[in-house]
Design a protein around this ligand. Sequence first.
Ligand SMILES: Cc1cc2nc3c(=O)[nH]c(=O)nc-3n(C[C@H](O)[C@H](O)[C@H](O)COP(=O)(O)OP(=O)(O)OC[C@H]3O[C@@H](n4cnc5c(N)ncnc54)[C@H](O)[C@@H]3O)c2cc1C
Length: 478
Amino acid sequence: MTALIEALENIVGRERCLSRPEELLVYECDGLTSHTAEPSAVVFPETRDEVQQIVRACREHGTPFVPRGAGTGLSGGALANDRAVVIECSRLNRIRQLDPANRIAVVEPGVVNADLSVAARPHGLFYAPDPSSQLACTLGGNVAENSGGPHTLKYGTTTNHVLALELVLPDGSCVELGHPSGFAPGVDWVGAVVGSEGTLGIVTAITVRLAPIPESVETLLAIFPDVVSACRSVGRIIESGLVPAALEIVDQRTIRAVEDSVYAAGLPRDAGAVLIVELDGPGVALPAQVTRVREACTADGAERVEVARDEEERARFWRARKGAFGAMGRLAPDLYVHDAVVPRSALPEVLAKVCEIGDRYRLTLSNVFHAGDGNLHPNISFDRRDPDELERVLAAGAEILQTCVAAGGVITGEHGVGTEKREFLSLVFGDADLDAMAWLRATFDPDRVCNPGKIFPTTRFCAESNPKTRGYDRVPFA
Ligand SMILES: Cc1cc2nc3c(=O)[nH]c(=O)nc-3n(C[C@H](O)[C@H](O)[C@H](O)COP(=O)(O)OP(=O)(O)OC[C@H]3O[C@@H](n4cnc5c(N)ncnc54)[C@H](O)[C@@H]3O)c2cc1C
């Protein structure tokens, strides 16, 4: 290992290569604190050329590597399994090009999501995918996870906004995929890389689509007696033909945590849940839409529907949503943020079951989620130092996923499979699907050195299900 660290220091200098145990501790996990793995080293490249050299050095010394952005991932995607070297991309943070005429930007992967919209604003443009972590998370991480956000309902996830990628492959070479025009003939390689969770290579540049800032925005806050009626209203609003920019639910436990925190937004502590509805578009169209949303919420028992009077009030409504995860820090030292998707129509029934599971396992469970997409985030507050509680957290999590799949859903909407959910992949995919995915991965990374131990179930690679035993001799296994 010493020889590899020397090689890495020769590439980036000693100050951009961490290898002391106390320095590595910071990188032993991402936002999923229940899973940890210590890296061999953490390197901070500043150019694509340095990324290529680092990859080649790792290959020469037989050490795997894992790309990392801001480490806000919630599925253990940036974990350094097998003592991998962490390639930290936050210093690849230049906006290379902002092109208003073509409504595109070319950015490096370490650019923070929210910073791109700030840079585009003088041109009347913004970058639509807006994870709630957008003040910290990077576009490289967003590409790897195909991140969504509150406005995914109307604007789509990251994959709908990425036009081209520059990718350093696991052999150290570099390829350009897609085309800035959005019209790339042949296989959709960009589509394959977006959402591949850092397993196909290291993204070093991203061409994204920018959208015009909407002429007008209306933000409503509907206060419900319970979370199930708020869920019903979501279906009713969509059924009425509207396409809101966002439909987000915050439940009572979350409201109380927020109100006790620095994010306090003046929400009623006794509300069962609030539904935040955002509408955007031409100013002339919005008043009628506001009326329809009011009617839908009232029909499902909303006690009150407030419309933000100005930008300050709008920010206040959103503070309750965007500050929710931070506020949870008040409840317990650790937070397990689950992520699953169900058909919107199943939301009321599934939410009721999720709350019952939390109670049965004697856990502090709260919900704050992208209701319009049917994308649930049951959050469990816990203390990982308590082994009994940790065991209950994991068991409840497994039951929640099974419930969502049984309701016609899937095991992740935006946080990815990572380390966390790899053993659950077979709930939604059969052997043939997993084989196809393994083949795709092997095309980019035949030796499984780029972000090892992610996505694919480990149990699958036992002797009888090993693809090699079926003659797929180019699909290596862990
Ligand atoms: C408070 C909070 C709120 C959140 N809200 C949302 C939300 O609304 N929507 C949502 O989708 N997610 C959300 N997340 C999850 C997380 O922020 C996203 O998954 C985000 O995209 C991760 O970005 P990152 O820069 O932190 O990446 P990391 O966590 O560092 O890495 C995530 C994955 O990306 C890979 N990766 C990183 N950089 C590169 C690169 N250059 N090339 C290839 N692979 C790379 C890593 O290997 C890893 O697999 C939230 C997280 C938190 C903590």
